[in-house]
Structure formats: C-alpha cells, structure tokens
Design a protein around this ligand. Structure first.
Ligand code: ADP
Ligand code: MG
Length: 463
C-alpha cells in the first residue's frame, strides 16, 4: 500500500543521510585532529575549546587520607568518600550515594541548585562512619567533578562558559562554580574545602590512570559526550605559563561542540538543534549522546506518522512531545530479541500510547534505532581515532611497543550494548589489526568520582 511505500522511502532516505562509511569516518577523524591543533594554538581558535585543566600530574598511587568527591553530571549527581592508604593499601574503603536533580532546579537559580547540592553533601558527610579517618583538626577536602564547559583559572577555580544537556541557569554563567559551591556550603554550615575542580573526563582519566598507568585518554558517553587526554605541554602554543615539571598537561577537549561539514546531519538533527536550549552548539553531542538519540528516533517516527500515516489516519499526540522517548527506552527496543518484538510493542503502547502495532511496524522502529545508534557509535569511534592520530598512536612504530589505554565511562556506553559494541569494532576497523593489538578500551566504572578524590588528595592544602 501507499502507506508502506512512503514509510520505507522516509526510512531509506534517513538511512542514506546517516551513512558513515569508513572513508567518511576518516574525514571526520582528520577534521577532529585539525580542530585539536587549532584549539591548542589559540583561545577561540576552534569549535574545540581544548581547555587547559591545570592537571599536570596524574595519580601515582601514593595519595593518602580521607577525601570526598562530588560529581555533577546531567541527570544525577553523586557524592563519594574514599579512604586512601597510599602505595601499598591504595583504596581502603569507599562509599557513594546518588541523588537525582529535581528538573525545576535545572532551570532555576544558581543559589537554589547549589543549596540543594550542598544540603545533600552535608547529609552524606554527617553519615561518615567506621573506616573513615578525617585527620584531626583538619578541614575535609573535596574534588568537584563538574561536567559542563568551564574556563579553568587554576586547579580549584573556573568560570562556567555555558550550560549544556538541558541545564539553563542564567546567573551561573560566567561565575566561578567553586565559589558558588563554597558559598552554598557556608550558608549551610558545612566546613569543606574544594581542592580540585575537574571535568568528568579529567576525573575519569585520573581514576583510570590510578589503576592502569597506560591510560592516555578518557571518553564520556552519557547524557552528553566529551573527551580528555594527556598532551605534551610543548604542543600547547596557547599556554604561556611555566612549563610543568612533568612536561605534560591534561586537556579537556569539550568535543561535544565539534562540528564539521563531514558529519552526516539530517533534517531531523537540524530541527532538534533549532528547537534545543542551545541552538547551533554541541552538534557532535546532539548526534551521539544519550540525551538526544531517543529524540531523533521520535522525530523520524513523527514524520512517518505525518507524511505516511504510519500509525493510522491521525498522528498519535504523544509522538509530538519532545524527549518523551528516552534513550534507555530506545535501547530496550533495539535489544528486543523476542520473535514478536514484544518490548517494542509495549514501549510504543506505554510511552507513545500507540496500541496494536504489527510486527512489520515494530521492525521499522528497530531499524530506526539501529540507524541512529550506529551512526552515533561510529562517529564516537572516529573521534577517538582522531585523538590517537593527534598523539601519533595510530601507527606501530619500529621497535616500539607502546600500549595505549582509553578509559570509557557513561551510562550510554555502559548500558547500550549495541552502541558500545559497534563503537569498539569500528575503532578496530579504523586502526587495523596490527595497531589494534596495542590499543585497549577500558570501562572505568565511575572512575570520575575516585579520580576527583585523587586529584583533591594531590592538591591538598596540607601537602
Ligand atoms: P551523566 O552523563 O548525566 O553524568 P551517566 O553517565 O550515568 O550520567 O549517563 C546517563 C545517561 O546514560 C542517560 O541520560 C541516558 O541517556 C544514558 N543511559 C542510561 N541508561 C541507559 C540504557 N539502559 N540504555 C541506553 N542509554 C542509557
Ligand atoms: Mg557523568
């Protein structure tokens, strides 16, 4: 029937526009490398901010004492305490707690958000029990993981450049987020010093390196996406300070803001961007990360409903609601292995209020999930390949056996198996068998929390 012809035409056209053949991925990786150079050369020289983190030493294993960490990411924030025992005992004990952020605080005032965070932290500190030993007479210290673009002024200060991932609180922009947190802690009477302000990618890099000294980069695939890596200080022309003793500097790429004419963008991506809280920004993030994948699928389904009467004569009203189809639900449909695609059927019914879908219709939905997820996964692999190229680790050098480990974290990577599997196999495809043998992707489970605590330890006021 005409309905099917039109539906399949929309599907095939979308698939074509999303195509990521290896040749295209190589162009994307090369563009990423070019932008990395440009961002390191001068402030504002690229869409990639290539932020200097002021972290010029990564954990060694000698860190000791009780430290706290706070991780403000996207949907949740985590608080963590860890008792570090130094070289031999390492992590003696750790505890963490996760708190979800009430949506109204994501678009409210700076004070309201930071008061909420400080209150949760204070409650957590009050529950400090056996096995944790604060040094008598000393202030507790905290590593603050803040996963939004910050212009870092020192290891423990930095001003917010902009919110991303659905946050929009005007009065925080331009403010020192450590100052905002410190003021909120003072208001509530919590005596705690922020010793390090880090991005989640930096935290993940530090946490990864603590367990494996071959870690050279970290990538987050969660609500948003970003990457950080260890750069030679000499290779950062925009850095005018003293060269660090280590000769190295960790760079927070803010790769979510990458864009290139080589990116396969569709009309749906364009519409999503225009209607977003940050139009024109975070284009790479908007086609890769967990906040957006489900909504891209929804947009194509909506088009099928409107122009091909895919769900019948009327467009199901729920289908018009932005972000109603979340990436975890998309993932559940994509991984549905039941012969009648039962999970797809029930998700369509429960979330979009579309009852009685045929198997044929459900298959179209799965195809859509496949197209959107695999495009994101393959582009993430291209980004990682770009970093390896920048570092000259995309080839095997004569007589050299350098291992490169990339620490990966984030809910999308962790839970969306088809996404992570495709990302890893695409990276292998880009690297080739010989180089692949020296490159390892390691899941750094919540490494950013422990990483932030470790960086607080190495920047303690009592050292
Ligand atoms: P954040 O990025 O906010 O710091 P996480 O790293 O925990 O937090 O990532 C959470 C994101 O991961 C969610 O917003 C969602 O997009 C994605 N996610 C979580 N669970 C799943 C899942 N089962 N399948 C696919 N994506 C998931
Ligand atoms: Mg996070």
């Amino acid at each position: 029937s005409g309905k099917w012809t039109r539906t399949m035409a929309i599907l095939r056209e979308f698939e074509g526009k999303c195509a990521t053949p290896i040749s295209k991925l190589r162009q994307v990786a090369d563009a990423m490398t070019v932008e990395m150079h440009a961002g390191l050369a001068s402030e504002g020289g690229s869409k990639l901010k290539m932020i200097i983190s002021y972290v010029d030493n990564l954990p060694t294993g000698d860190e000791a004492g009780l430290f706290y960490a706070l991780d403000l990411g996207g949907t949740n924030f985590r608080v963590l305490r860890v008792q570090l025992g130094g070289k031999d005992t390492r992590v003696v004990k750790q505890e963490f707690e996760e708190v979800s952020i009430p949506p109204h605080l994501m678009i409210g005032t700076s004070d309201a958000l930071f008061d909420f965070i400080a209150a949760a932290l204070a409650k957590f500190v009050a529950e400090e029990g056996e096995g944790f030993h604060p040094a008598p007479g000393r202030q507790r210290e905290l590593g603050f993981t803040f996963s939004f673009p910050v212009r870092q002024q020192s290891i423990a200060s930095g001003s917010l450049i902009k919110w991303t991932k659905g946050f929009s609180i005007e009065d925080t922009v331009g403010q020192d987020v450590v100052g905002e947190l410190t003021k909120a802690m003072e208001r509530i009477g919590l005596d705690m010093r922020v010793a390090a302000l880090v991005n989640d990618t930096i935290g993940t890099l530090a946490g990864g390196k603590y367990y494996n000294q071959d870690v050279i980069a970290a990538v987050i695939l969660g609500t948003g996406t970003n990457a950080a890596y260890v750069e030679r200080a000499q290779a950062i022309p925009k850095w005018h300070g003293l060269l660090p003793k280590s000769g190295e500097m960790v760079i927070n790429m803010e790769w979510g803001n990458f864009r290139s004419s080589h990116l396969p963008l569709t009309e749906y991506d364009q519409a999503l961007d225009v209607e977003s809280l940050n139009p024109g920004e975070q284009i790479f993030e908007k086609i890769i990360s967990g906040m957006y994948l489900g909504d891209i699928v929804r947009r194509v389904l909506c088009k099928m409903a409107e122009e091909a009467a895919f769900f019948g004569d009327t467009v199901p009203p729920k289908l018009k609601i932005p972000f109603i189809l979340r990436t975890p639900d998309m993932s559940a449909m994509h991984h549905d292995t039941s012969p009648d695609l039962r999970v797809v059927g029930s998700k369509l019914k429960d979330i979009l209020e579309i009852p009685n879908t045929s198997l044929k219709m459900r298959k179209v939905v799965v195809d859509l999930c496949d197209i959107v997820a695999l495009r994101g996964a393959r582009l993430s692999a291209a980004g990682i390949f770009g970093i390896l190229k920048k570092l000259g680790r995309d080839t095997v050098r004569e007589g050299e056996k350098q291992r490169s480990v990339i620490a990966l974290d984030g809910g999308l990577y962790e839970h969306y198996t088809k996404f992570s599997t495709c990302m890893e196999s695409t990276l292998k495809e880009l690297l080739g068998a010989e180089v692949t043998a020296n490159i390892l992707i390691e899941h750094s489970n919540d490494g950013s929390g422990i990483g932030a605590a470790l960086l607080a330890a190495s920047h303690s006021q009592y050292l």
